[in-house]
Ligand binder design. Sequence first.
Ligand SMILES: [Zn+2]
Length: 310
Amino acid sequence: MICGGLDIGGTKIEARLFGPGMEPGGSRRVATPRADAAAFFAALAAQVAWLRAQGGFALPIGIAMSGVVEPGNGPDSGIVRAANLPISGEHMDSRLRQIAGRALPVMNDAMALAFSEANGGAGAAAGASVGLVLGTGLAAGLCIDGRPAPRHGGIAVELGHCGMPARALARHGLGLWPCGCGRQGCIESYVAGPGLARLAETLGQAGDPQALAVRDDPAARRVLDTWADLAAEALEVLQMTLAPPVVVLGGGLSRMPGVVARLERALAPRLMAGVPPPALRLARFGDASGVRGAALLALREAGGGAAWTR
Ligand SMILES: [Zn+2]
């Protein structure tokens, strides 16, 4: 059975078709309308229409998006909370029914990365695995035996908004930096893309922080080793709480050359004695892993499981 996915982020809405063996087919990207919900849902409807033009009206379609759709049957069930989309407070399920004429399954994008990689990807056969998005923000998803772990309130593993340990800030003489969530000192503020840019600037290396990884001079190495040490604190929080055997890295910063080795080096001395390190792996399906996870979710709900069984 073929299926389709939509990946909704703060900058783009990507639609992608997948073949019967989950091989990637055509895709179409549009900019995410930021002005208001009406423009946003009009763009989403156009992407659904494009997928159906390729794969037929009955095509299973799943959605990965940043933020949370309130689960369950409570008074807020179906309500969106998303910091970087103009649809917070909207009722996602009824909007999707208007657009598509039926319910479409929705999953947090970090959970979709974890789900995709746990099924045929870098997290497969691991029992439990975490998908960690190192991008504009920092979020994680958890899968156990190939299935997304149900999370209270529908949240992902919101590692990015745990506090950066004071010992790490003290080690590097850093203060409490503000976070997009309205608080201070969140892990995301130091370790996600804008955090790395600020760190580079603080250490006298303003400019594109991703270029540091290819420069490989002492000043660039100092920025990246400091970043890796802070990221290792985040990985240690994961190991102390969830202890996944595998952590799959996705997002823009995961494309920095040598990132896995640098993080492994930084993590080894930070782990408490007796805590096993995770295997760090790059996402097998790269930037398309989130949209693949969404498509797999739709396929599962449509009963077409054979193509994605681990
Ligand atoms: Zn925060």
